[in-house]
Design a protein around this ligand. Structure first.
Ligand SMILES: Nc1nc2c(ncn2[C@@H]2O[C@H](COP(=O)(O)OP(=O)(O)OP(=O)(O)O)[C@@H](O)[C@H]2O)c(=O)[nH]1
Ligand SMILES: [Mg+2]
Length: 515
């Protein structure tokens, strides 16, 4: 292959009609990766750094006898902080363990060569005498100088063991900190980064451990030369599950091959992969619909849903998290689906037979057969499948404002007939599902779902869809804005109430003082 990356023709000249090599390679790589380069879920471990150790040291100077203790405290371990960013489009580059650096030990330590002995103490082989074992246990929490070995076992009669006293203090402190940490990690950390939408907001996820105390910390009027310091505390460790939820205004939901990607390509600047086989799309794809007045609506194309997706059949339904946040759901239905031929899904339809409620499902099937041929509509069944799967993913998801695109309306042999029946059935079903839904207003338009026949492939009737889409999105945005406004007003009122209450309390306090 020549350096310029172009293939050569027979004459040895660059073949400009061929795809450049780089691009071909890129496409091949993407196909091989089968969407694995798009990571939208991962588990990671984060841990704050351990605090630095305190130091045991004494002031040494010519003509100064018995210098005071001057070992420094250790530094606090680093904390793990998340920062919000709108630039990330995948979790692929997130490291699976995020550990903050250790706190810096007190610098005096380096000037104190004797201490190095203790550094190696925990790594000694296990055959140790009892005293040494105790010593080793002790050294996990304490920096001892020069080595208090035997000091606490063979203490002369009548002498106070200051070290025991210090141990009691630290144990008390440890207890408090442990309790606080336990209370903190009791409730799971549920964090929606979307709430902190401002770019660059920092959130503390795992706290670093506190630094150890240097020996001046243990100075008392009795004990003028404490020869011990504590080690730094362990940092906080958390296991996190990170989820990436793509945020678009509208989400396209449909069975495989319904033409979702074709539709996205027709309405937006996106160029998703389109092919006449199921599961062409393997990861979500976002396109932007541009209107003439430079208004924009973001539309997300996701992989196809099939019956049983909630039982992890097909690609499962975890990718629905990418439409979970969208304001509008757009059902893409293949209106040219073969009339009267029921789709059988491998792994679902044969599975039901072995089911405990085999009789029940048998009944259901009989019912299906009882439905007169002219009443059976494959597009309608497909739509119901979509609704069921969405509900299985998240109850209440189908209550979002939604519209239906009856795609492939250009197949004139079946589409018009299918569409009529489909419309009738959908309106009935929608009204049935919507009655008694308190979240809806009383106007009858709320009970309607718009069905627009289009041909995504030949770009027919697309403008109608985009204008309806814009209407719904704008209405939703207006609703949201009103809701946030109301919330802000409420919060402000509450704040004022609190201030008034505080002021009243102050007045009361003042009065009581006067009395
Ligand atoms: N006749 C006709 N064919 C269409 C139309 N829209 C899409 N198709 C064809 O349907 C097939 C599937 O289209 P895609 O856009 O890849 O379908 P998809 O819903 O994205 O499928 P998955 O990504 O597999 O879920 C392609 O062969 C398209 O050419 C249409 O309006 N009319
Ligand atoms: Mg697709």
């Amino acid at each position: 292959m020549p350096v310029d990356g172009w293939k050569r023709t027979v004459d040895g000249l660059p073949d400009y009609t061929a795809e450049p090599r780089g691009r071909t390679k890129g496409v091949e790589w993407k196909l091989r990766a089968k969407g694995r380069n798009f990571v939208d879920f991962c588990r990671i471990k984060v841990s704050g750094g351990q605090g630095g150790d305190g130091c045991v040291s004494f002031h040494r100077e010519k003509f100064v006898a018995f210098g005071q203790p001057n070992g420094g405290n250790g530094g606090r371990g680093g904390s793990v902080i998340f920062e919000t960013s709108s630039n990330e489009t995948s979790l692929q580059h997130i490291t699976h363990t995020a550990a903050a650096p250790r706190g810096i030990p007190s610098p005096d330590k380096e000037a104190n060569p004797e201490n190095e002995e203790e550094e190696h103490l925990p790594h000694k082989p296990l055959e140790l005498g009892e005293v040494e074992a105790k010593d080793r246990e002790m050294s996990k929490r304490w920096v001892l100088y020069p080595r208090l070995t035997n000091a606490w076992t063979t203490l002369p009669e009548g002498k106070v063991n200051y070290f025991e006293e210090a141990q009691a203090w630290i144990a008390e402190e440890d207890r408090i900190i442990e309790a606080r940490r336990a209370a903190m990690s009791k409730k799971p950390l549920l964090l929606d980064v979307n709430e902190h939408a401002a770019e660059g907001t920092q959130l503390l996820i795992a706290r670093g451990g506190g630094g150890g105390y240097g020996n001046p910390h243990f100075l008392t009027t009795q004990n003028r030369a404490p020869k011990y310091a504590t080690r730094g505390r362990e940092g906080q460790t958390r296991w996190l599950a990170l989820e990436l939820k793509t945020i678009a205004d509208a989400g396209l939901v449909g069975l495989p091959n319904a033409g979702k990607s074709t539709f996205l390509q027709a309405v937006s600047n996106a160029h998703p992969a389109i092919a006449p086989y199921p599961f062409t799309t393997l990861n979500p794809y976002i396109g932007t619909v541009d209107y003439s007045d430079s208004y924009q609506v973001k539309v997300a194309d996701i992989p196809g849903l099939i019956r049983g997706a909630h039982r992890n059949i097909g690609l499962g339904h975890s990718f629905l998290r990418h439409v979970e946040r969208s304001k509008v759901l757009v059902y893409v239905i293949d209106i040219a689906a073969e009339f009267g031929v029921k789709r059988r899904v491998k792994g679902v339809d044969d599975w039901e037979l072995e089911d405990d409620n085999a009789e029940l499902s048998q009944e259901g099937r009989n019912q299906d057969q009882n439905v007169a041929d002219e009443e059976y509509s494959q597009p309608f069944e497909d739509w119901k499948t979509l609704l069921d799967e969405l509900e299985a993913y998240q109850p209440g998801l189908t209550r979002r404002p939604s519209m239906i695109i009856a795609n492939k309306a250009d197949v004139t042999e079946v589409a018009p007939k299918n569409l009529q029946l489909f419309q009738k059935l959908v309106y009935e079903e929608w009204a049935k599902r919507r009655t008694g839904d308190v979240s809806l207003g009383s106007s009858s338009s709320d009970y309607n779902i718009k069905i627009v026949p289009v041909s995504a492939k030949y770009k027919k009737n697309i403008v109608k869809v985009t204008s309806i889409l814009r209407e719904i999105v704008e209405a939703e945005k207006a609703k949201e804005a009103a809701a946030t406004k109301r919330k802000e007003v409420r919060e402000q009122l509450e704040e004022e109430d609190v201030l008034a209450l505080k002021a009243r309390r102050n007045i009361l306090n003042d009065n009581s003082k006067v009395e």
